[in-house]
Design a protein. Structure first.
Ligand code: CA
Length: 226
């Protein structure tokens, strides 16, 4: 049976989009547009996961979480507005299982959902490390190493590298990368991708004498072993 997800989000457009994507992935989805209804559903229904916006009418996401936790240990991923409450949420780590900052790429949300469901379902061993050649990414620890040496990446660099690794040996267009890493409502130039590819090359390929990130002229980029 497919997993049941409760989505509590008052931005209807975003809620509809997320619902559609989740259903497409095979999840069952229920939606609440305010905190009170969200809490009611969360307490009443048997959900495998709750996606919980923070800024909600009626009852804030924080309050929903606090009340929910008195009765339930269902995994909760908080949806937060741009950076504003990240610190506050990070401090909540014992209560929320994870959080994601808007705007987010749907791929990232799906990856977090899979991770949260795994954590609960005891399928933990299934998370494969992402790797190419001597480069290894530990998504849960948010860590990248080359030959065992730690590489510091910014969030965007990390997300871009992750998307390349998840599609190892497959050529990705700039548009696809932009969409996956910068998100559905990004407004800007596709050359952001080129700029960040350059950052990654300098930190990975150049720093370690490797050639992992390849340009496919007129198409885009691919990560692969030489
Ligand atoms: Ca909101």
């Amino acid at each position: 049976m497919s997993e049941r997800i409760l989505l509590v989000e008052d931005e209807e457009k975003l809620a509809r989009m997320v619902e559609m994507e989740l259903k497409y992935e095979g999840y069952q989805v229920e939606k609440a547009l305010d905190g009170r209804r969200g809490l009611e559903l969360a307490l009443g229904g048997s959900f495998d996961l709750v996606l919980l916006d923070i800024m909600l009418p009626q009852l804030s996401g924080m309050e929903v979480l606090r009340r929910l936790r008195r009765e339930s240990q269902v995994p909760v991923i908080m949806l937060t507005a741009r950076d504003s409450v990240v610190d506050k949420v990070a401090g909540l780590d014992s209560e929320a299982d994870d959080y994601i900052t808007k705007p987010f790429a749907i791929e990232e949300l799906l990856a977090r959902i899979r991770a949260a469901l795994r954590g609960k379902g005891g399928l933990a061993a299934q998370s494969l490390p992402l790797a190419v050649g001597p480069l290894v990414m530990d998504v849960e620890k948010h860590q990248v190493t080359v030959r065992g040496r730690n590489v510091e990446l910014t969030k965007k660099e990390f997300d871009l590298l992750r998307h390349l690794l998840e599609n190892k040996d497959r050529v990705l267009t700039r548009e696809a990368l932009l969409d996956a890493v910068w998100g559905f409502d990004f407004v800007g130039e596709t050359n952001s991708v080129d700029v960040y590819i350059r950052f990654l090359r300098s930190k990975l390929d150049d720093a370690f004498g490797l050639k992992l990130i390849h340009t496919v002229r007129g198409v885009g980029y691919v990560i692969k072993e030489d």
